[in-house]
Design a protein around this ligand. Structure first.
Ligand SMILES: [Zn+2]
Length: 242
């Protein structure tokens, strides 16, 4: 695997032990050009960085050494972890993002991502359920890598987790809207999502539902707890590996 180096000054000086690295967090850059991304990721002022950047031609650029904490995830939570930066490797994929013209990820980009993930998974023994999108760990602030990111395809390559449909019907049609909401959010909590109250709805529910759909029900990101979304959350939450 050929890797180019373009060092970023934005990382925590203290080295971290290998065993602290438990997650891979995937992003899109969300900027107009590759040059702008590199500039931002290497500028002292921006205070952001990533371990790896993959451009649309499949070129991998290493910006921060894996043993250092890069600043890619910001305020974040997943299961009992807060500040995911400390525990993760960050990978940025060049893509204009929702703001500037969200595009399909290129084939070359994804095949290099697969190679890189396989290398990291082996090196740090990263669990399938610990390969996440930025929006999973910061759902109120982020949408990346978004609904065009091929999570299902990657899961077929043993990268990341996918659900296994069961025949169990969990919908009781007498349930109130509130009950449905609470079941759905309890499932999300089991899966690892945070930033909501399991028992009390709030205005930010919509963002969290969409983040879940961008990951697991990509063809319809409507922010509604519909039958399919609820089922998927249930398959995931009741999976023994989670
Ligand atoms: Zn991001």
């Amino acid at each position: 695997m050929k890797v180019n180096i373009f060092q970023s000054p934005n990382y925590s000086i203290k080295n971290r032990p290998k065993k602290d690295i438990k997650f891979i967090v995937i992003h899109y850059t969300g900027m107009q050009s590759v040059r702008a991304c590199i500039k931002r990721l290497t500028s002292i002022k921006s205070k952001v960085s990533t371990h790896y950047l993959i451009d649309r031609k499949g070129k991998i650029i290493s910006m921060v050494d894996e043993k250092n904490t890069a600043w890619h995830a910001g305020r974040s939570k997943w299961k009992n972890f807060t500040n995911l930066n400390r525990h993760s490797i960050g990978i940025e994929l060049v893509n204009k993002g929702h703001q500037f013209g969200y595009e399909n990820f290129s084939k070359k980009q994804i095949s290099k991502l697969i190679l890189l993930c396989k290398f990291l998974i082996k090196k740090y023994k990263i669990k399938k359920s610990n390969i996440l999108g930025h929006s999973d760990v910061a759902p109120l602030r982020k949408k990346d890598p978004g609904e065009k990111f091929p999570w299902y395809f990657l899961s077929k390559k043993k990268i990341g987790y996918w659900y296994n449909p069961s025949n169990k019907n969990i919908i009781n049609h007498n349930m109130s809207k509130n009950d449905l909401r609470n079941i759905f959010f309890s499932n999300l909590y089991k899966i690892g999502y945070r930033y909501f109250d399991k028992k009390k709805s709030s205005q930010s529910d919509l963002k969290i539902i969409k983040v879940f759909q961008r990951r697991f029900r990509q063809n319809k990101v409507n922010g509604l707890i519909d039958y399919e979304s609820l089922q998927i959350s249930h398959y995931l939450a009741s999976s023994p590996k989670y």
